[in-house]
Design a protein around this ligand. Structure first.
Ligand code: SAH
Length: 350
C-alpha cells in the first residue's frame, strides 16, 4: 500500500500517469490530503472509479486524539496522537503574539540519549513518515480550528536522524497547494549531527536552524549529551560557522539552564567566546523538571543572560508555556508509556 500523503505532487503526477490517469489529478488529490480528508470518498471532484483505485492501492494516514490537554494558564494545547500502528507522538500548539506555532515530533522516541530529556528514555522506536509529521500540523489545525503560521521541529526525536523524511516534510508543508508555510516560519532543532548539518546547508533553505548546545565545554557537554563524545564542541561550532556562511542564516543556540552544571559565569564567558565572529543568538531555556532526575533548574538564568550580554552576545530567556500540562519534551508520551495502555512500544513500521 502507498503512503500517498508522503508523496510530492510530482510523484503523484507520475503515479497517475502510470495508471492511465490525467496528471492534473495530482493537484486535486494533493489539495484534499493537505486539507485533512480522512478517506478517498471525500474527494468529491474525482471519478468514482479513481477513488476506488486509490482506496485499493493507497492509504491515508489519520492520527486520532489519544489525549488532549489545554493549559489554563496560556491556552497552550498539547496533543497525544495515536497513529496507524498504535504508536503515539506529541504535538504542542502555542499561541504567540506573532501567530500560532506548532511544535512537531519527527520520531517515536529518540536515540540521542540527552540526560535531561524525557523523549529519549525508551530509545527510538521508529522514524516518522513525512505524512505523519505533516499530519501533526494538519490535524492540530483541524482539531483546534486555529490557523498555524509557524512550525518548530522541537518535539520528540532528532530531525537530523530522520533526514530524508524531514526534508520531504519541509517540501510538502511549504507547497503552495498545501499548507504553504514559508521556510522563514520554520525552525529545525538539532543536537548537532555535523555531517547532516553540512548536508542541510547545501540545500540553502531559508529556515532557522536551532542547535542544542547546552554547554560550552566538552566535559560538560559530553556528560549531558552523548552525541558530543564523537564530535566535540569545537567541530560543532566550525560546522555552525560553515552553515551560516553557506546559507546566510544565523543560528539560534539553545541552552537549557541546569543548576550547578552549566550556569557559571566562567561558562557564560566561554560560551561568548565560542560565538565570537559569527552572528548567532542564544536562547536560554529554564530546565523543565524531570521527575527522578538529579538535574534541577538553574537559579542563575538572569545573571547568565546578563553575563552573555556584557560580552555583546544576544540572549533571550524562553517563556515557559503550558507549565500545567506536561507540555515539554516527551513528558506526556512518557506518562502514557508508564500507564496501563502501552503507547509507543510496538516498533512496527509503516
Ligand atoms: N533533538 C532535537 C530537537 C528536540 S528537543 C534537539 O536536540 O535539538 C528540543 C529542545 O528541548 C532541545 O534543545 C532539547 O535539548 C531541549 N530539552 C529537552 N529536554 C529538556 C528539558 N528537560 N528542559 C529544557 N529543555 C529541554
Amino acid at each position: 500500500m502507498i503512503d500517498i500523503k508522503s508523496m510530492t505532487q510530482e510523484e503523484m503526477s507520475a503515479y497517475f500517469q502510470e495508471n492511465g490517469q490525467p496528471s492534473f489529478r495530482a493537484k486535486q488529490v494533493f489539495q484534499w490530503l493537505h486539507r485533512g480528508v480522512t478517506s478517498f470518498e471525500e474527494m468529491s471532484n474525482l471519478p468514482k472509479s479513481l477513488r476506488q483505485m486509490l482506496s485499493e492501492q493507497a492509504y491515508i494516514t489519520v492520527p486520532t486524539v489519544e489525549r488532549k490537554q489545554v493549559s489554563k494558564l496560556d491556552g497552550t494545547i498539547k496533543y497525544l496522537w495515536r497513529m496507524r500502528d498504535g504508536n503515539c507522538i506529541e504535538t504542542v500548539l502555542m499561541r504567540y503574539k506573532h501567530g500560532n506555532t506548532v511544535c512537531v515530533s519527527c520520531q517515536v522516541g529518540c536515540n540521542m540519549g540527552c540526560v535531561f530529556c524525557a523523549s529519549t528514555l525508551g530509545g527510538k522506536v521508529r522514524d516518522l513518515a513525512a505524512s505523519e509529521i505533516l499530519d501533526q500540523v494538519i490535524f492540530t489545525q483541524k482539531d483546534s480550528g486555529e490557523e498555524i503560521s509557524n512550525i518548530v521541529m522541537m518535539g520528540i526525536g532528532e530531525p537530523m536522524d530522520n533526514f530524508d523524511r524531514v526534508l520531504r516534510f519541509l517540501e510538502l508543508v511549504n507547497h503552495p497547494d498545501g499548507l504553504n508555510i514559508g521556510m522563514r516560519h520554520i525552525s529545525v532543532s538539532t543536537c548537532g549531527l555535523v555531517q547532516r548539518i553540512d548536508r542541510l546547508a547545501e540545500m540553502g533553505l531559508q529556515l532557522t536552524l536551532s542547535v542544542s548546545l547546552h554547554a560550552p565545554d566538552d566535559e560538560t557537554r559530553s556528560r549531558l549529551m552523548p552525541v558530543n563524545r564523537a564530535v566535540g564542541v569545537e567541530k560543532l561550532m566550525d560546522t555552525c560557522r560553515r552553515y551560516f556562511e553557506t546559507t546566510g542564516r544565523r543560528i539560534s543556540y539553545e541552552y537549557a539552564m541546569i543548576d550547578g552544571v552549566n550556569d557559571s559565569d566562567a561558562q557564560a564567558d566561554l560560551l561568548a567566546s565560542l560565538l565570537k565572529g559569527q552572528p548567532g543568538h542564544v536562547n536560554l531555556i529554564p530546565l523543565n523538571n524531570i521527575e527522578e532526575s538529579p538535574l534541577k533548574p538553574s537559579r542563575r538564568v538572569r545573571q547568565f543572560q546578563q553575563r552573555l550580554e556584557s560580552h555583546g552576545v544576544t540572549a533571550t530567556v524562553r517563556r515557559k508555556l503550558g507549565g500545567d500540562i506536561d507540555a515539554s519534551c516527551g513528558q506526556l508520551r512518557k506518562k502514557q508509556m508508564q500507564g496501563s495502555e502501552p503507547c509507543g512500544r510496538k516498533g512496527t513500521s509503516l
